[in-house]
Design a protein around this ligand. Structure first.
Ligand SMILES: [Zn+2]
Length: 381
């Protein structure tokens, strides 16, 4: 009778714990007598930023990561996406098809390469924030899960957490699109690591990228009445687009529009017969509504060519985490399946893609603890 009675007690205790919510802070601490060595995260990031991995040139980075992870005992698959471009999937040998949660980020960066440098508090260089800081913190969080109270008390099984690092996020999400062929259907929780200043994003805006073109008729600039300028009406149209009212979402804030590229004309003394503009709209409500509003302004004044688009994305949240919204795109909408999605990473998007890209060492090390808490939350469900 004794064994079933103890089992019943254990069950009751588990039910009580579930009803009261998990103490993520306590469970993600190291078990007595052990300590985390999160400072290694700085060394890992230092090595990664020294490797140039601008989108399309990720080969050395993926090889370095695969070696690094295999050296730590992970089973690693390198998935070919294109010649010389590989996603890296790491998992515990027992759980290839039973992964419950995935930490994921991207290993490509925008150009140009910015060499690594550092001082006592800060690391500088391309990818420090977007997104190698997340990659490094995720690896160290995953590898330190074993010595958490949650693991030692059997609340979680750390081997159900995998790592997926992909190519091509900065251009067309080709890496994540291919990762859908990796048979990761068991995954219930998916974390994307991108610079959110270590806040949990409640969602990110969608986007619509399109090109406008106007065709006119060339003429000698001294006889403009013989031609038809393409640039003048383009300027009028762009001014209208720049100042038009765009929808606002309570959750994701305003929809915004950026005229990123402008072209046209051949010489100052020629009436221009061609003008073009590339525009990116960050959509906070829904794509169809925003496209209709803009198409109503453009009408037949220019041709519109769709270049790329996706809907806004709403993320899942975790009790106890501070939240934010972000205005950039991520790989999250491109990972298919029925799972919860989270977005968090150290570093700021305001320095990503700039010549001043950097990350605070303190924030980087703290992110390891945040990712560990997320892992406990996800694996204990
Ligand atoms: Zn990124």
């Amino acid at each position: 009778m004794r064994a079933p009675f103890l089992l019943l007690l254990a069950l009751l205790a588990a039910l009580l714990a579930a009803a009261s919510g998990l103490d993520l802070h306590r469970l993600s601490q190291p078990v007595a007598g052990q300590a985390f060595n999160d400072a290694d995260t700085v060394d890992t990031l230092r090595e990664m930023v020294r490797i140039e991995s601008i989108s399309g040139n990720e080969l050395r980075m993926s090889q370095w990561l695969a070696d690094r992870l295999m050296g730590a005992g992970w089973d690693v698959e390198q998935q070919q996406v294109e010649p010389s471009r590989y996603n890296v999937l790491a998992y515990h040998p027992a759980n290839r098809h039973r992964l419950k949660a995935l930490f994921s980020s991207h290993i490509d960066t925008v150009p140009p390469f910015l060499p690594f440098s550092e001082n006592a508090e800060t690391m500088f260089g391309r990818g420090t924030a977007d997104a190698k800081g997340s990659v490094s913190a995720m690896i160290h969080a995953a590898e330190s899960l074993n010595s958490t109270i949650a693991a030692v008390e059997g609340v979680i099984d750390p081997t159900q957490l995998g790592l997926l690092f992909v190519v091509g996020e900065e251009v067309n999400h080709i890496g994540m699109r291919h990762a859908n062929e990796l048979n990761l259907h068991s995954v219930e929780h998916f974390v994307s690591g991108e610079p959110t200043e270590s806040l949990l994003a409640v969602g990110h805006k969608g986007m619509w990228k399109f090109r406008l073109e106007i065709f006119g008729r060339a003429a000698h600039s001294g006889y403009p009445h013989l031609g038809e300028s393409a640039i003048s009406p383009m300027l009028d149209l762009l001014r209208e687009l720049n100042t038009m009212a765009l929808p606002v979402s309570d959750l994701l804030g305003p929809t915004t529009l950026n005229i990123g590229i402008l072209g046209g004309g051949v010489a100052a003394n020629v009436v221009p017969d061609y003008a073009s503009a590339e525009i990116m709209v960050r959509v906070s409500t829904n794509l169809a509504e925003v496209k209709t509003l803009i198409e109503r302004v453009v009408r037949d004044r220019a041709t519109i060519t769709d270049l790329s688009e996706n809907e806004p994305f709403i993320c899942d949240t975790i009790p106890g985490f501070n939240t934010t919204i972000v205005a950039y795109n991520t790989d999250l909408p491109f990972f298919e399946g029925d799972h919860k999605s989270y977005l968090l990473g150290p570093g700021s998007i305001t320095v990503a893609h700039t010549d001043d890209e950097q990350i605070s060492k303190r924030e980087l090390v703290d992110a390891v603890g945040l990712f560990r808490r997320m892992a406990v939350h996800m694996l204990a469900q």
